[in-house]
Write a protein that binds this ligand. Structure first.
Ligand code: HEC
Ligand code: HEC
Ligand code: HEC
Length: 415
C-alpha cells in the first residue's frame, strides 16, 4: 500500500505522469478485424494442447461450472477476483475478439477495450508466448461452444481495483517480452523447458516469492500462496537422469516413490501436467536442472520437542494415521504414500503438512492412478496438532524442526 502510494507519488513528482498515461491509454487500440478465421485441424489440436500447458480451464472454470465459462473466485491478498468467460459468446465471452485483441491480452495484459487486466491473470508469464502459439490458442477457444454467462464483478479493496493502481503496478513490475523472446525458436530442450516453465506453465505464479504488492519474481525459489498459505517449494532439480525421471513421474501420475502431490499442486497435475507430452515434461526437468540449488534456510540444528510432546504425538499418530501410513511411516505401495522421507513432512515449513492433515484429500486422478485412495480430514486442537506434526517431523530418523502450538494457531488464523 505504502509502496504503491510512493510509486504514484514519485510518478507525480518526477513528472512521470506521461509514463502513467502511456500505461493507461497507450495500448493497442481495439481492432475491428473480423474475428474467427476458420482454422485447420492441426492448429486446433495444437491450441487445445497449449490450453492444457497453460491450464486455462483450471482458472477459467468455476466449481461445477461449464469449462472455460469463467467465474472461478481467485483469492489474492488484495481481495477476490473472478476469471473471465473465455467461450466465444459475443456479449459475455470472447466472441467479438480478434486474434489481435487476444494477443493484446496475453502479451500486453490488456483487455479488448484497452483495460489493464489484473495480474491474477498470469500475463507476466504469458507475455513470453509466441504469436503462433497465441493464434493457435485463440483458434481453439473460438471453436468451443459459446456460453452466455457473466462472471461476478471483482471485489478488490480500494485502490487496488483502479486502473491507476494497475498502471503504477506495471511501472514497477511489468514489461512485455521483447520480440526476440516472444519469437525465439525454442528447439533446444532447455530453451523449450524454460518456455514451458516460465511462459505457458506460469510455475512462478506459485513457486516464486512475491513482494508486498504482489509483484512477481521469476526466481523459482519457493513462495507462499495467499489464502491458507500453502507453500510451493523451490523448483531447482538435482542433476542426473534419476532425479529427472522421478520428477516426470510425479507430474505425470501425481505420485512418485517418495510421495504424492497435494492441495493446489494436485489440481495443477489434474488439469495440466498429466496431459503434457513426456518430452515436454523432460524438457521442463532439463531446464530446472540448470537452476542453482536453493540451500535450506540456515536453521540452527532443530531443537527436539520435549519427550512428553513426542509421546502425545505418537499416541495421536497410532490412533489416527498408522492404519494407513504404517507404524514406521513406511506407507503401502500403490495405496498410501510413505511418510518416512516424504518431502511434505520434511519441508522447512510444516504448513503444508498441517493443511494436508486438516483437510485430508485425494492425490489427483490420473491415467496411471485413475482411482487414488483418499485421506479423511482431521480436526485437532492446536496443541494436539503441534504434537502430532512434531512427532512426524522428528521420528524415523527425521530431524525437521518441531512445531509449536503458537505456529499452528498462527497458520490457522490466516484468512
Ligand atoms: C491463475 C489463473 C489464470 C490462468 C491460469 C489463466 N487465466 Fe486468464 N484470466 C484470469 C483472471 C483472474 C482474469 C480476469 C482479469 C481481469 O478481469 O482483469 C483473466 C482474464 C483473461 C483474459 C481477458 C478476458 C477479458 O474478457 O478481458 C483472457 C483473454 C484470458 N484470461 C486468457 C487466458 C488463457 C488463454 C489462459 C491459458 C493460456 C489463461 N487465461 C489462464 C486468470 C487466469
Ligand atoms: C484412510 C487412510 C489414511 C489415513 C487414516 C491418513 N492418511 Fe495421510 N494420506 C492418505 C492418502 C491416500 C494420501 C495420498 C493422497 C493425498 O495426498 O491427499 C495421504 C497423504 C498424506 C500426506 C501427504 C504426503 C504425500 O506425499 O501426499 C501426509 C503428510 C499425510 N497423509 C499424513 C497423514 C497423517 C499425519 C495422518 C494422521 C493424522 C494421516 N495422514 C492419516 C491416507 C491416509
Ligand atoms: C496454483 C499454484 C501452483 C502452480 C501454478 C504450480 N505449483 Fe507446483 N506446487 C504448488 C504447491 C502448493 C506445492 C506443494 C504441495 C505439494 O508438494 O504437492 C507444489 C509442489 C510441486 C512439486 C513437488 C515439489 C516437492 O519438492 O515435493 C513440483 C515438482 C511442482 N510443484 C512443480 C510445478 C511445476 C513444474 C509447475 C508449473 C508447470 C507448478 N508446479 C505450478 C503450487 C503450484
Amino acid at each position: 500500500m505504502l509502496k504503491l502510494a510512493a510509486a504514484l507519488g514519485v510518478a507525480a513528482v518526477l513528472g512521470l505522469g506521461a509514463l502513467l498515461a502511456r500505461e493507461l491509454w497507450g495500448g493497442p487500440s481495439r481492432s475491428s478485424a473480423a474475428p474467427a478465421v476458420a482454422a485447420d485441424a492441426a492448429t486446433l489440436a495444437r491450441g487445445a494442447y497449449l490450453a492444457r500447458l497453460g491450464n486455462c480451464a483450471g482458472c477459467h472454470t468455476a466449481r461445477g461450472g461449464v469449462p472455460l465459462a469463467g467465474g472461478r473466485a481467485i483469492v489474492t491478498p488484495f481481495g477476490t477476483v473472478y476469471s473471465s468467460n473465455l467461450t466465444p459468446d459475443a456479449e459475455t465471452g470472447l466472441g467479438a475478439w480478434s486474434a489481435e485483441d487476444f494477443w493484446g491480452a496475453l502479451h500486453h495484459g490488456r483487455g479488448r477495450d484497452g483495460r489493464l487486466l489484473l495480474p491474477a491473470f498470469p500475463f507476466t508469464a504469458f507475455t513470453q508466448l509466441t504469436r503462433a502459439d497465441s493464434d493457435a490458442l485463440y483458434a481453439h477457444l473460438m471453436s468451443q461452444p459459446p456460453v452466455r454467462y457473466t462472471p461476478p464483478p471483482h471485489a478488490l479493496r480500494f485502490p487496488y481495483g483502479t486502473q491507476l493502481a494497475q498502471a503504477a503496478w506495471r511501472l514497477l513490475y511489468f514489461t512485455p517480452a521483447q520480440p526476440e523472446v516472444s519469437s525465439a525458436p525454442r528447439t533446444d530442450p532447455v530453451q523449450r523447458g524454460s518456455y514451458l516453465v516460465n511462459g505457458l506453465g506460469h510455475c512462478a505464479a506459485c513457486h516464486a516469492p512475491r513482494s508486498a504488492l504482489g509483484g512477481p519474481s521469476d526466481s523459482l525459489i519457493g513462495g507462499h500462496m495467499p489464502g491458507e498459505g500453502w507453500w510451493a517449494p523451490p523448483l531447482a532439480l538435482a542433476p542426473g537422469p534419476q532425479a529427472a525421471e522421478e520428477w516426470v513421474q510425479l507430474l505425470r501420475t501425481g505420485q512418485s516413490a517418495r510421495g504424492s502431490t497435494s492441495g493446489p499442486m494436485a489440481e495443477v497435475v489434474l488439469h495440466s501436467t498429466q496431459h503434457w507430452q513426456v518430452e515436454d515434461l523432460r524438457a521442463a526437468a532439463a531446464y530446472l536442472q540448470t537452476l542453482p540449488p536453493v540451500a535450506p534456510p540456515a536453521a540452527s540444528p532443530a531443537a527436539a520437542a520435549p519427550a512428553s510432546v513426542l509421546s502425545q504425538g505418537q499416541r495421536l499418530y497410532t490412533t489416527h494415521c498408522a492404519d494407513c501410513h504404517g507404524a514406521q511411516g513406511q506407507g503401502a505401495a500403490g495405496a498410501y504414500p510413505p511418510l518416512a522421507g516424504n518431502p511434505t513432512v520434511l519441508q522447512p515449513t510444516a504448513i503444508n503438512l498441517m493443511l494436508v492433515v486438516r483437510h485430508g484429500g485425494f492425490a489427483p486422478a490420473t491415467q496411471a492412478h485413475p482411482q487414488p485412495y483418499g485421506m479423511p480430514p482431521l480436526d485437532l486442537s492446536d496443541a494436539d496438532m503441534a504434537a502430532l506434526l512434531s512427532f512426524v517431523r522428528q521420528s524415523w530418523g527425521h530431524q525437521a524442526s518441531a512445531v509449536s502450538e503458537l505456529e499452528v494457531w498462527r497458520w490457522s488464523s490466516r484468512q
